[in-house]
Design a protein around this ligand. Structure first.
Ligand SMILES: Nc1nc2c(ncn2[C@@H]2O[C@H](COP(=O)(O)OP(=O)(O)OP(=O)(O)O)[C@@H](O)[C@H]2O)c(=O)[nH]1
Ligand SMILES: [Mg+2]
Length: 400
C-alpha cells in the first residue's frame, strides 16, 4: 500500500524551488530508504544505483516518469536525504513528484518541510525572510535568523533560573513593545484613505503610488468598492485602501461601499482623512471621524490649488504644505504636498529597529510573550518559563 501512514512517516519530499518556470527545479526528499525509493525511478548513466553511490557524489541519469523519461541530476547529501534536480518546467517537477507519491512518499510545503514537527525561531525567521518585501524588513529578519530574538529569550530564561523575576519581566515588556512594529515586518501596515465623496481620495492614492491605480472622476460617489494597493514607505510594507466617499445615500450599491469604508476605518492602522480645501465635515461622517484614535489619524486638505486660486495665487497658511492646525495640504493633480504627506506617514509608522535588536515578528511569538509576561506578573513562574520554552521550540499546533 503506497500511502499508508507508516510509509508517510518514513519519507517526505518538497519542491524547494519557487512555483513557476525556471531553468532547474529542485526536489528534496528525506526519510528512511530515500535512496532506495529514488532507485525505483532513477536510472544512472553510470549504471550504479543511488543506494550504492557514495554520499555527496553527484549522479547524472534519467527519471522514469509515468509517460516518458527526463534527465535528472541526483545527490545524497546524507544517509536519509536525496536531492533531485530536473528541468524547471512545472510539468516535469510535478511528474517527478507524482512518481514519488506512488511509492508512499508524502508531499510537504517548503514551510512544513522546514518546521517538520516543531516551530522554532530560526525556522520562523527563515520563512518570514523568504517573504520579506523590502531590504529594511529583510535586514531585521536576518538579525532574528542570526539569533537576536533567540539569545534574548535565552537570557530571560537565565534570569528566571537566577530568580531575577523583575529583570525578566522588564526584558519581556521591552520585547512586547518591539513586537508592535515587529509584526509589521511580515504584515503590511494598513493605511486607509477616507472622507466625503469627491474630495480627491482616489486621486491622492494615485499620487502616493505614482501611477494610476484607481478610477478618478468628477462625479461624487465614483469609488464603490474598497481598492487596495501595496507599496513601501521608508522601507515599511504598506497597503493603501481607497474607499467610497462617506455620505448617506439611497443608492444601495453606494451604501454598501460606504459601509465597507466604515469597516476599513475601524480596521486601519492609520486613517488619512481627506477633506477638500474650504470644505467642512458633515455631521454624518464626523461620526466616523470621531471613532478614529488620535494616533491613528492624519488629516489632509486636498485641492489646495483651488484654495490658492481663490486667494489670488498667494500662499497662505491654509495653502502651504502644512497648515497651522497640523493638517497637510495637497494638490493631487500636481503632486504638490504629496512628499510631505509621505513623510508624515513614515513618521507615524516609526523608525526601524536598530541593527541587532531582538524583535518578535509573528503572532505566535507575540502571544507566547504576552502569556509569559502575564504568568510572571501573577507569580506563576513555571507557566512563564514553559511559555518561553515553547517560544524557542514549540509544536506546530502553537503556530498562529
Ligand atoms: N483642482 C483639483 N481637483 C482635484 C484634486 N484632486 C482631485 N481632483 C478632482 O476631483 C474630482 C474627484 O476626484 P476623486 O479622486 O475621484 O475623488 P474621490 O474622493 O475619490 O471621490 P469618490 O470616489 O466619489 O468618493 C476629480 O475630477 C479629480 O480630478 C486637486 O488636488 N485639485
Ligand atoms: Mg474615489
Amino acid at each position: 500500500m503506497p500511502n499508508n501512514s507508516l510509509a508517510e512517516q518514513r519519507c517526505r519530499f518538497t519542491l524547494a524551488t519557487p512555483p513557476g518556470r525556471g531553468a532547474v527545479a529542485s526536489i528534496l526528499m528525506s526519510g528512511e530508504d530515500a535512496a532506495q525509493r529514488t532507485d525505483r525511478f532513477f536510472i544512472a548513466a553510470s549504471g550504479v544505483s543511488l543506494a550504492d553511490t557514495p554520499l555527496g557524489a553527484i549522479a547524472f541519469g534519467h527519471w522514469r516518469l509515468a509517460d516518458g523519461r527526463e534527465d535528472v541530476v541526483v545527490c545524497r547529501p546524507d544517509e536519509r536525504s536525496v536531492e533531485i534536480h530536473c528541468h524547471g518546467g512545472p510539468i516535469v517537477a510535478s511528474g517527478v513528484m507524482a512518481t514519488l507519491a506512488t511509492v508512499g512518499c508524502r508531499e510537504s510545503t517548503w514551510q512544513d518541510w522546514l518546521e517538520h514537527e516543531q516551530t522554532s525561531l530560526p525556522v520562523e525567521a527563515a520563512i518570514a525572510l523568504a517573504a520579506a518585501q523590502t531590504e529594511q524588513t529583510a535586514a531585521v529578519l536576518l538579525d532574528q535568523l542570526h539569533g537576536a530574538l533567540q539569545t534574548e529569550i535565552e537570557t530571560i530564561l537565565e534570569l528566571f533560573e537566577a530568580g531575577a523575576a523583575a529583570a525578566a519581566q522588564e526584558r519581556l515588556q521591552r520585547l512586547l513593545a518591539n513586537a508592535r512594529r515587529g509584526r509589521r515586518l511580515t504584515e503590511p501596515w494598513k493605511i486607509v484613505l477616507a472622507g466625503r465623496p469627491n474630495v480627491g481620495k482616489s486621486s491622492l492614492i494615485n499620487a502616493l503610488l505614482g501611477f494610476q491605480r484607481v478610477v478618478v472622476h468628477d462625479q461624487p460617489g465614483t469609488t464603490r468598492d474598497v481598492v487596495a494597493a501595496t507599496a513601501a514607505i521608508a522601507g515599511w510594507p504598506v497597503v493603501f485602501s481607497d474607499t467610497a466617499g462617506l455620505r448617506s445615500t439611497d443608492d444601495s450599491l453606494e451604501a454598501e461601499g460606504v459601509a465597507g469604508a466604515r469597516l476599513q476605518i475601524e480596521q486601519a492602522d492609520l486613517v488619512v482623512w481627506v477633506r477638500a480645501c474650504g470644505q467642512s465635515d458633515h455631521a454624518e461622517d464626523s461620526e466616523a471621524f470621531r471613532t478614529i484614535a488620535a494616533d491613528a489619524l492624519l488629516c489632509v486638505r486636498n485641492k489646495s490649488d483651488l484654495q490658492r486660486q481663490a486667494s489670488g495665487g498667494e500662499r497662505t497658511a491654509s495653502n502651504e504644505h502644512a497648515s497651522s492646525d497640523g493638517e497637510i495640504n495637497t494638490c493631487a493633480l500636481s503632486g504638490e504636498g504629496v512628499a510631505p504627506l509621505l513623510e508624515a506617514i513614515s513618521l507615524r509608522l516609526g523608525p526601524f529597529p536598530p541593527p541587532g535588536q531582538p524583535t518578535p515578528f509573528t503572532a505566535r511569538q507575540q502571544n507566547q510573550l504576552q502569556q509569559a509576561a502575564a504568568a510572571l506578573a501573577a507569580n506563576h513562574s513555571t507557566t512563564a518559563r514553559k511559555c518561553l520554552q515553547t517560544l524557542l521550540a514549540g509544536p506546530i499546533s502553537a503556530k498562529q
